[in-house]
Design a protein around this ligand. Structure first.
Ligand SMILES: N[C@H](CCC[C@H](N)C(=O)O)C(=O)O
Length: 278
C-alpha cells in the first residue's frame, strides 16, 4: 500500500487538501485523486485540491497547481494562495514573510501580515472576450443572460480564472443548486465560469454568494471576491477598499482601477495533518 501526507486548510471556509510534493509522492492521475479525496462524507472532503512543488520560473518560491473537486484544472485560486503562503512558512519552504507563488496564470506576490492574515496581489483583472473565454461578439457588462426561466444581467471578469457577476436584491433565498449549474455551463462561457450573486450593502461593503465552477456552492471564493470588487467599481455601485462578506467570512479587496492589480487580504487556517493511503 502507498501513502502520502497532506494538510487540510481553509480560507473563510473554502477548504483545501494541500499536498507538498517537495516531500511527498502522489499518484500520477491527479484529476482522479482530487475527485476521490475531495468527495464529501465518503472521503476527506474539500472544494479544491492543491499541489505545491517546484516552480518553472526561477523568480518564484514555489508553484501551486489547483484542481476543483470535479477534477478539473483551475488557473488560480485566491483563498488557496493565502493558505499556500502560511503553509510554506510553517513548513520552512520560505523564510521571509514576502513570497512569490507561481500558478498557471503567472506569479502572485503574497505578504504574510503581522496578524497572520495574508495579502495577495491576485492579478490584473480583465473583462475582454478573450480573457474571460466568451463565445460572444461583445463583452458581458451588465448584459442580460438567460437560462431556462432565469435571467440575470451578468458582468464577466477574469482574474486569471473566469467569473460572471450579477447584482440581486436578495441573495439568501436564491436556489443556487438549481441556478448555479445553468449559468456555470451556459453556452456563452467556453471554459464554464464561476458565478457570483451580489448584494450591495453600502459604498465600501458588498455581500456575495458563489457558485464555483467544478465545486458547486462554496463558503467563499477569493478570486470571486476580487471579480466582484472589480465589477462593483466598474459599475460604480461600490468603491475600493471594499469589504466582501461571504458565507464563511470577510475579505478585504483593494483595486485602483483598470490596468492595476487587484489585492486581497484575509485569513488562512490550518485544520489538520493526515495521511492518505491508497
Ligand atoms: N475558490 C477559489 C477559486 C477556485 C475557482 C474554481 N472553482 C474555478 O474553476 O475557477 C478562490 O478562492 O479563488
Amino acid at each position: 500500500m502507498n501513502s502520502f501526507s497532506f494538510t487540510k486548510m481553509h480560507g473563510c471556509g473554502n477548504d483545501f487538501i494541500v499536498v507538498n510534493t517537495f516531500r511527498e509522492t502522489v499518484p500520477e492521475d491527479l484529476s482522479a485523486l482530487a475527485q476521490d479525496m475531495c468527495q464529501r462524507r465518503f472521503a476527506v472532503g474539500a472544494d479544491q485540491f492543491i499541489i505545491l512543488g517546484s516552480a518553472e520560473s526561477a523568480d518564484a518560491n514555489f508553484r501551486m497547481d489547483i484542481l476543483n473537486a470535479d477534477g478539473s484544472k483551475v488557473e488560480m485560486c485566491g483563498n488557496a494562495l493565502r493558505c499556500a503562503a502560511v503553509y510554506a512558512k510553517r513548513e520552512g519552504l520560505i523564510q521571509s514573510d514576502e513570497l512569490k507563488i507561481e500558478t498557471m496564470t503567472g506569479i502572485s506576490f503574497a505578504t504574510i501580515l503581522e496578524d497572520g492574515n495574508v495579502r495577495i496581489a491576485v492579478a490584473v483583472p480583465s473583462t475582454t472576450i478573450v480573457d474571460v473565454g466568451l463565445d460572444s461578439e461583445h463583452p458581458l457588462f451588465g448584459t442580460p443572460l438567460s437560462a431556462e426561466q432565469y435571467t440575470f444581467p451578468m458582468t464577466a471578469v477574469s482574474v486569471g480564472n473566469p467569473h460572471a457577476v450579477t447584482y440581486v436584491d436578495e441573495i439568501d433565498l436564491l436556489n443556487l443548486e438549481k441556478i448555479g449549474p445553468l449559468f456555470e455551463h451556459h453556452e456563452v462561457f467556453k471554459n464554464r465560469a464561476n458565478i457570483e450573486f451580489v448584494k450591495v450593502i453600502d459604498d465600501h461593503h458588498v455581500e456575495m454568494r458563489v457558485w464555483e465552477r467544478g465545486s458547486g456552492e462554496t463558503l467563499a471564493c477569493g478570486s470571486g471576491a476580487c471579480a466582484v470588487a472589480v465589477a462593483s467599481v466598474l459599475h460604480g455601485v461600490a468603491k475600493s477598499p471594499m469589504k466582501v462578506s461571504l458565507k464563511g467570512g470577510d475579505l478585504e479587496i483593494e483595486w485602483e482601477g483598470r490596468g492595476k492589480p487587484v489585492y486581497m487580504s484575509g485569513s488562512a487556517s490550518f485544520v489538520f495533518d493526515a495521511t492518505w493511503s491508497y
